[in-house]
Design a protein around this ligand. Sequence first.
Ligand code: ZN
Length: 108
Amino acid sequence: MRRAASALKRIYSSHNLAAVHHARNLLETEGIRAVVKNEFLSSAMGDLPPAECQAEVWVLHEKDFQAAETILRALDAQNDLPSWKCACGETCEGQFTQCWRCGAYRAG
Ligand SMILES: [Zn+2]
């Protein structure tokens, strides 16, 4: 029996927890099993430098890694979109159509 641990691969990491969950949801939508790691670490240790507290997305099956990479590369391309300011005052990154803080949709 093969050990599952060796098949886990990190596909994405960011200090933006919303972006990490977005990436995971995107993979799950495409039928790729993925898990988020370090999310509690990152929220509990907000004073650490970003690199120290990045949340990560891990693909459960190595065979899915290449497909996942393709999906997330498309996601990265969307990062060039300009950020927008929500009515609640939160600045949201351009790839999000919904405010991560209050859940409101982007106007316009
Ligand atoms: Zn908002």
